[in-house]
Write a protein that binds this ligand. Structure first.
Ligand SMILES: [Zn+2]
Length: 257
C-alpha cells in the first residue's frame, strides 16, 4: 500500500496560496495508486480551528487520510498540550506538523510529541543545526524533516541533513519537492531506506510526478516498500527505526551512482 507522507489539505481560494485544489490532489493520488495520505492544514492564524477541520476531512474520507495536527511554536506556546489533547486525544489526529515560517520548533512541542507518542513533521526551511539539537535531545520522538531539509534547494542544508541521517536513529526525511534527484540517491546510499519517506507536497506538487521519482530510484522491492509506506507505518506505530547498512539495502541505487 502506497502512502503519501506529506500533503496540505488546502484549496486555492484560501488566502496567500498559489491556485491549488485538494480535491484535484485526491483524484490524482487515487489515479497514481496512492492509497493513504498524511494531511494537515495550511498556514493559519488559528490551528485549533484548522485541526478540527482536518479531523472532519479525515472522517469524511475514511480510511483514506491520516491527519496531523498543526501547532504554532510561538503563538501556541504554553498551551501545546491543551491543543494536542483535543487534536490527538479526542479527534484522533496522529502526528504533529510544524513549520519554521511560523516559528522555529520548540522543546515544548517535542516534549508533547513524546507524551502523546506521535511523530513530528517539521519543515526547518534550511536551518538544520538547531533542529538536530532538538532531535538529539528527544531520542524517543520520531522526526521527519521534509524536502531533505530545504524546499528551496539549499544544497548545503540538504547535504547537512543527509550527513546527520545515519547519526540520529530518530531522524528521517521525505522526498517531497526534492528537485536534484541525485541527492535522494545520496541520502539512500548514506542512510539507507529506513530514513526516507515518500511524500508529494500536494496539492501544489503532482503526486504522480513525485511518485515517479521514487520509482526512478530503482530500489529493491523491500526497500521501496519501506519508502512508500512501511517507514511511516512504523513511525505511527511508535516503533524505533532500525539501523541499516545503506549500501546493502539499496544496491541498484548505489550501483546507479
Ligand atoms: Zn509541505
Amino acid at each position: 500500500m502506497i502512502v503519501d507522507a506529506h500533503c496540505h489539505a488546502v484549496e486555492w481560494h484560501e488566502p496567500s496560496t498559489a491556485p491549488v485544489s485538494f480535491e484535484r490532489y485526491l483524484a490524482r493520488a487515487a489515479q497514481a495508486g496512492i492509497a493513504r495520505s498524511v494531511v494537515f492544514a495550511g498556514f493559519s492564524a488559528d490551528y485549533r480551528r484548522e485541526n478540527r477541520r482536518t479531523a472532519q476531512l479525515v472522517a469524511h474520507h475514511a480510511p483514506r487520510l491520516i491527519g496531523f495536527a498543526c501547532v504554532h511554536a510561538l503563538r501556541d506556546a504554553g498551551r501545546v498540550h491543551e491543543l494536542l489533547a483535543e487534536a490527538i486525544g479526542e479527534l484522533g489526529l496522529r502526528g504533529i506538523k510544524v513549520h519554521r515560517k511560523d516559528a522555529p520548533l520548540s522543546a515544548e512541542i517535542c516534549a508533547e510529541a513524546r507524551r502523546f507518542g506521535v511523530p513530528i513533521l517539521y519543515d526547518p526551511t534550511g536551518v538544520i543545526g538547531p533542529t538536530l539539537d532538538l532531535v538529539a535531545d528527544h531520542p524517543e520522538v520520531a522526526f521527519v524533516l521534509p524536502h531533505l531539509g530545504s524546499f528551496d534547494d539549499d544544497f548545503r542544508a540538504q547535504l547537512e541533513l543527509i550527513a546527520a541521517l545515519p547519526l540520529l536513529p530518530n531522524l528521517h526525511t521525505d522526498s517531497s519537492a526534492v528537485r536534484v534527484f541525485d541527492l535522494l540517491l545520496e541520502a539512500l546510499a548514506h542512510a539507507g531506506p529506513t530514513k526516507l519517506l515518500f511524500g508529494s507536497d500536494g496539492p501544489w506538487l503532482h503526486p504522480a510526478v513525485e511518485l515517479a521519482k521514487i520509482r526512478a530510484l530503482g530500489l529493491p522491492e523491500h526497500a521501496a516498500a519501506l519508502v512508500l509506506g512501511g517507514n511511516l507505518r512504523r513511525l505511527l506505530a511508535r516503533q524505533p527505526t532500525p539501523r541499516t547498512r545503506a549500501a546493502s539495502l539499496a544496491p541498484s541505487a548505489a550501483r546507479d551512482r
